[in-house]
Unconditional design. Structure first.
Lengths: 117, 112
């Protein structure tokens, strides 16, 4: 099946620094990728849709200047948390759709745990 | 807006027990419904899906039926195994939209 990877799997950083998280589709191309955030014991919340070759589309309430998304190629999207603060600590997950017959199935990365001290 | 309400966990069962994880939804239009499973250290994987009312999705012994009258999509398995221990997410996607709306997830632990 299709594989989506994320790097790093976990990261600890100091408050005020920026952190970049990569999402790669390893064996298929994706013009669109999705970024989610998951708090403990809560559901995955869609943050933004990453679009190859154009600007990302952010969900209501998500600061686009805080969470910079770049879809550099058909297999790579990056999420940069700028000037991170402890409240940005969370589990970040990406997904990419792949068309299977008449249906687009979402393939998810394993997630990146961010801890901001 | 769209929402998914899922049975809170954690759920602990003995091997070979019957499993039900409840899921209800609120949505405009005619959504497709999904169950995803997340094993420790891995990404979410599609377990099963149903795209219209009365459809039954099934995979690996798990089943869920799309009930429009009760806006539900409960996950069931007749005899669980230790290897079924994971977190299960119910989700919906509205027609013509790639976005998924997730429930809170239910952690399932099966003890031998």
């Amino acid at each position: 099946g299709a594989v989506v990877s994320q790097h790093p799997s976990w990261v600890i950083c100091k408050s005020g620094t920026s952190v970049k998280i990569e999402c790669r589709s390893l064996d298929f191309q994706a013009t669109t990728m999705f970024w989610y955030r998951q708090f403990p014991k809560q559901s995955l919340m869609l943050m933004a849709t990453s679009n190859e070759g154009s600007k990302a589309t952010y969900e209501q309430g998500v600061e686009k200047d805080k969470f910079l998304i770049n879809h550099a190629s058909l297999t790579l999207s990056t999420l940069t948390v700028t000037s991170a603060h402890p409240e940005d600590s969370s589990f970040y997950i990406c997904s990419a759709p792949l068309k299977l017959e008449s249906y687009n199935e979402q393939f998810f990365g394993p997630g990146t745990r961010l801890t901001v001290l | 807006g769209d929402s998914v309400t899922q049975m809170e966990g954690p759920v602990t069962l003995s091997e070979e027990a019957f499993l039900t994880i409840n899921c209800t939804y609120t949505a405009t239009g005619y959504p497709s419904l999904f169950w995803y499973v997340q094993y420790p250290g891995e990404g979410l994987q599609l377990l099963l899906k149903a795209t219209k009312a009365d459809d039954k999705g099934s995979n690996k012994g798990f089943e869920a039926t799309y009930r429009k009258e009760t806006t539900s999509f409960h996950l069931e398995k007749g005899s669980v195994q230790v290897s079924d221990s994971a977190v299960y997410f119910c989700a919906l996607r509205n027609f013509g939209n790639e976005k998924l709306t997730f429930g809170t997830g239910t952690r399932l632990t099966i003890i031998p």
